[in-house]
Write a protein that binds this ligand. Structure first.
Ligand SMILES: NC(=O)c1ccc[n+]([C@@H]2O[C@H](COP(=O)([O-])OP(=O)(O)OC[C@H]3O[C@@H](n4cnc5c(N)ncnc54)[C@H](O)[C@@H]3O)[C@@H](O)[C@H]2O)c1
Length: 249
């Protein structure tokens, strides 16, 4: 897949799906601005990508803050001169029961898992419109966009909104030749699931048709496809990358 010279921002790039996506996008020839709040993780990503590092820049960014996302877009334009892709991927786990939530806890979670996606879409689209370039925005949703759970009240709400924003964004931005698409993974073996007890991990594995968790690179391959011209027929849709999880649930 050829992404030669395309400039793509990846959020949540220090770990998991974001990190694997950075590596695949670089391999496909893209120039990548990788951002995360985890500075140590970004340093180790630079180290791991040293062969392709001429095309990689990293930046410590907290995507839950609108101003920080705006600065991220500005500094990407200063560094690379253009912007063709935005991967709104950074996210955090939930696990708090509805009974323990209060408005502050609710909003704090949505700042990272939902509002950050709007900030990324908003500022990236503005930049692409100004530059008059075609672009692709990819958002990370989840199978939890499609069902709820007592300890996933905030996460499911945020991820359902991501699916919705992907649809409305596609409609709003088609006039500017900007595609907006999403990926909805099932359970992936990443840092996000680190604190999940072993017994629950085993149960989760059994709900995937291959009997195992997804690997971050498997989801990253879907992301690379969505950024490529191979997927031009897809717009406004969120693609399930769930190894059959929802098909048999
Ligand atoms: N792991 C799963 O089972 C799973 C399933 C479905 C969807 N997802 C989604 O996939 C995306 C990637 O998650 P992952 O599994 O690779 O997890 P991960 O924990 O390995 O990576 C997430 C990254 O996001 C970063 N991050 C968190 N908050 C941030 C912020 N405010 N600003 C900038 N960076 C921030 C973290 O530091 C981390 O590097 C998330 O949106 C997650 O909700 C994960």
């Amino acid at each position: 897949m050829n992404l030669e010279n395309r400039v793509i921002i990846v959020t949540g790039a220090a770990s998991g799906v974001g990190r694997e996506s950075v590596k695949l996008l670089l391999e496909a020839g893209a120039r990548v601005m990788a951002c995360d709040i985890d500075e140590t993780g970004l340093r180790s990503l630079e180290e791991e990508c040293r062969d392709t590092s001429a095309h990689l820049r990293t930046k410590v960014v907290d995507v839950s803050k609108a101003e920080a996302v705006k600065e991220l877009i500005d500094s990407t334009l200063e560094t690379f001169g253009t912007l063709n892709g935005m991967f709104n991927n950074a996210g955090i786990r939930d696990g708090t029961h509805f009974d323990s939530l209060d408005p502050d806890l609710y909003h704090e979670h949505l700042d990272t898992n939902q509002h950050s996606v709007f900030y990324g879409m908003h500022y990236a689209a503005r930049a692409m419109q100004r530059l008059g370039v075609e672009g692709t925005i990819v958002n990370t949703a989840s199978i939890r966009s499609y069902f709820g759970a007592q300890k996933s009240f905030r996460y499911s709400a945020a991820k359902a909104a991501v699916v919705s924003m992907t649809k409305s964004g596609a409609d709003a931005l088609a006039k500017d030749n900007i595609r907006v698409v999403g990926v909805a993974p099932a359970f992936i073996d990443t840092g996000l699931l680190e604190s999940v007890p072993e017994e629950r991990r085993e149960r989760l594995k059994g709900r995937h048709l291959r009997g195992k968790l997804l690997e971050a690179e498997e989801v990253a391959r879907v992301v690379r496809f969505l950024f490529s011209d191979e997927s031009v027929a897809i717009n406004g849709a969120t693609i399930l990358a769930d190894d059959g999880y929802l098909a048999v649930r």
